[in-house]
Design a protein around this ligand. Sequence first.
Ligand SMILES: C[S@@+](CC[C@H](N)C(=O)[O-])C[C@H]1O[C@@H](n2cnc3c(N)ncnc32)[C@H](O)[C@@H]1O
Length: 246
Amino acid sequence: MRELFVIGIGAGDPDQVTVQAIKAMNKADVFFVIGKGDEKQDLVDLRTGILAEHVTGPYRVVDIVDPPRDRTPSDYEGVVDVWHERRAALFEAEFASEPGVGAILVWGDPSLYDSTLRIVERVLARGNVSFDYSVIPGVTSVQSLAAQHRIVLNRIGEPVHVTTGRRLAEGLPDGVDNAVVMLDAHCTFTQVPGDDVQIWWGAYLGTPDEVLISGRLRDVEDEIQRVRAELRERKGWIMDTYLLRR
Ligand SMILES: C[S@@+](CC[C@H](N)C(=O)[O-])C[C@H]1O[C@@H](n2cnc3c(N)ncnc32)[C@H](O)[C@@H]1O
């Protein structure tokens, strides 16, 4: 492969694919699509739908099936490292057999809780294949959350903290009054103390299944938990993000 584009495609709304992303997609001969298992087939379908809508010339799609990963390890960083190396080896094999221009479509933007760029760097560091690559930014789920709720993430002059459910479980750091929480499978907001916290929650943002709930955390936390469980049960998977403000 002589060139690779890592393209952010937005967090679910096909209309939020940028013009730059569409131009890059139309230069690619092959798209490497990473599947995470049956429950996320909807997400794979969304990506292939974006290709069908925006790419005019012929192209090929190569599915790369994610290696399984221990989700409850004692050594989290060690397990992720092994998993990234296995993913890098899979990508390397596909890149080596591709003579033209490749592209990887990344959910949201590649800069936010996504390992594609680390894997691409890891493939290059292994030294078995060489290529140029560039990154095309996309609309993140955080931007989508803010737009759908019509909110600013911070009050005037305040910082915004972006974190995961796992880290939120350790408590919000002192001085953090605005926190965007991603990758939270356990409704960790219920563990955040205080009667003065607001939440803006969104699931399946940008898709036809989008659900938004907002209000005083103590007033709406039970409703969010219930709705989240129902949605997850119905679709088999869920992606949700929220802003907490003290
Ligand atoms: C692995 S991270 C990827 C984030 C992505 N790179 C981005 O720019 O938004 C996946 C997390 O992003 C959030 N997310 C992504 N898409 C979403 C969507 N359409 N609706 C709600 N949350 C979403 C969820 O918190 C999910 O657990």
